[in-house]
Design a protein around this ligand. Structure first.
Ligand code: NAD
Ligand code: UPG
Length: 481
């Protein structure tokens, strides 16, 4: 009999992961469901709800064959053998643990619904990133409402990065499956392992207990984010001493124990996961009576906030300590290249900082719409991580912000340019043309170290690049965070 998979949550994780499972496992039927109707409609249309290189192609190959997107949640949950849960796990904004703890509202309601509608035994897979010990809570909800049905909970955290999701899913460094150490638990682990074994070499499928799998996900993100905060902390010291952060990263990364990847200094890390998951980790440490460990990881976020405000201060202090009514062009708004995702993008904090100093901002990003940018700038911290139809409606638009689809128009008459996403196209812009259209002195603040600063200086720009030796102009301008 054909194995049936149902996935709750058709987002950045649920959509691409299920599409790849469907592609690699023609013998399995995969249905992705969501409580947001517009999301499902988009997955069934020619314009998918998320931009991810290679995704269109995968979806085209299997949609209607063994991959389906549906609003009929209960029917497909009822029919499935394996249910992946990939719903939002936002940071709590109210009550106990506000600002740190994970809000499991969506997870809990998904679990209760599964218990309600299930008529046969199910394997329930945690795909969302959740606090350690969540499986225990979910297990209790399911078994206390089970009508005699047997549920096995597995933890199978997702490690894909946006912008490279399809590649990451095709060739994962590892797949991690945690389960109960009982015969039934181990049988469930083997069932899920057999799904991945369609394309992932067996020695890369790691099996652990539930708590190790849950914690490994939080730990991996904390380690990754910590590398960025470490190199960003160095970037401040490089600027103060005349060292060049790219040379330092390269030299440090040559040590095979450290390795060369993920050591690019930037205006700060963004994305839906790093900050949220570290806050979650910090909260778990605090709840377990480990304040020293909690403070250690909190520092990764503090340095990230410092890096963003340091960047804003550089911009303002270089421009005679005021940007009031000056046009500033922002190139790039997404949290990294090759995605249209803006969740926790450093561009939000940088734009808010510049707006705080009364700048006029003109934004260009090849994948982000005006509507999205206006919503991001109006939204409260953490409000983005809820299903679209439950987010606050009609926020006010910021008149000081304009959005254009043309980088040259964004830069026209501007006093300065801030590069906030490392889109490849920013390397190839006609900076001579841009320079001629700008106010003088013309500044470039490169938050991603993508431009050739020497070439830009030859054109006449004053250039600031994160962690690079400073222009004489900038040296004289104190910039403390
Ligand atoms: N974005 C990433 O790169 C990434 C990578 C690894 C893990 N994660 C984790 O995966 C989870 C999902 O992240 P995402 O980026 O896909 O979020 P997302 O917001 O893109 O998608 C979540 C989807 O779940 C839907 N949903 C909420 N409650 C539901 C319910 N009860 N039933 C059915 N659908 C429901 C929402 O409408 C939404 O479409 C989070 O826990 C996140 O931390 C994300
Ligand atoms: O050297 C680097 C590498 C990344 N970044 C920034 O860090 C953020 C996160 O980038 P990345 O990790 O590539 O993207 P995500 O999609 O957020 O993926 C992370 O978060 C996911 C969600 O948990 C995990 O699954 C992935 O393994 C983990 O890499 C972005 O703003 C990047 O610009 C840097 O500033 N310097």
């Amino acid at each position: 009999m054909m194995v049936k998979i149902c996935c709750l949550g058709a987002g950045y994780v649920g959509g691409p992961t299920m599409a790849v499972i469907a592609l690699k496992c023609p013998d399995i039927q995969v249905v992705v469901v969501d409580i947001t109707k517009s999301r499902i409609d988009a997955w069934n249309s020619d314009t998918l709800p998320i931009y991810e290189p290679g995704l269109d192609d995968v979806v085209k190959q299997c949609r209607g064959r063994n991959l389906f997107f549906s609003n009929d949640i209960e029917k497909h949950v009822c029919d499935a053998d394996i249910i992946f849960v990939s719903v939002n796990t936002p940071t709590k904004t109210r009550g106990l643990g506000a600002g740190k703890a994970a809000d499991l509202t969506y997870w809990e309601s998904a679990a209760r619904m599964i218990a309600d509608v299930a008529k046969s035994d199910k394997i329930v897979v945690e795909k969302s990133t959740v606090p350690v010990k969540t499986a225990e809570a979910i297990e209790k909800i399911l078994t206390h409402n089970s009508n005699g049905i047997n549920f096995q909970i597995l933890s199978n955290p997702e490690f894909l990065a946006e912008g490279t999701a399809i590649q990451d899913l095709f060739n994962p460094d590892r797949v991690l499956i945690g389960g109960r150490e009982t015969p039934e638990g181990q049988k469930a682990v083997q069932t899920l392992k057999a799904v991945y074994a369609h394309w992932v070499p067996e020695d890369q499928i790691l099996t652990t207990n539930l708590w190790s799998a849950e914690l490994s996900k939080l730990a991996a993100n904390a380690f990754l984010a910590q590398r960025i905060s470490s190199v960003n902390a160095m970037s401040a010291l490089c600027e103060a001493t005349g060292a060049n952060v790219s040379e330092v990263s390269y030299a440090v990364g040559k040590d095979s124990r450290i390795g060369p990847k993920f050591l690019n200094a930037s205006v700060g890390f963004g994305g839906s996961c790093f900050q949220k998951d570290i806050l979650n980790l910090v909260y778990i440490c605090e709840c377990n009576g480990l304040p020293e460990v909690a403070n250690y990881w909190k520092q990764v976020i503090k340095i990230n906030d410092y890096q963003k405000s340091r960047f804003v201060n550089r911009v303002v202090s270089s421009m005679f300590n005021t940007v009031a009514n000056k046009k500033i062009a922002v190139l790039g708004f997404a949290f990294k290249k090759d995605t249209g995702d803006t969740r926790e993008t450093p561009a939000i904090d940088v734009c808010k900082g510049l707006l705080g100093d009364k700048a006029k901002i003109s934004i260009y990003d090849p994948q982000v719409t005006e509507d999205q940018i206006q919503r991001d700038l109006a939204m409260n911290k953490f409000d983005w991580d809820h299903p679209v139809h439950l987010q606050p409606m009609s926020p006010t638009t910021t008149k000081q912000v304009s959005v254009t689809w043309d980088p040259y128009e964004a830069a026209k008459d501007a006093h300065g340019i801030c590069i906030l996403t490392e889109w490849d196209e920013f390397k190839k812009l006609d900076y001579q043309r841009i320079y001629e259209s700008m106010q003088k002195p013309a500044f470039v603040f490169d938050g991603r170290n993508v431009v050739d600063s020497e070439k830009l200086r030859e054109i006449g720009f004053i250039v600031y690049s994160i962690g690079k030796p400073l222009d004489a102009w900038l040296k004289d301008m104190p910039a403390v965070a």
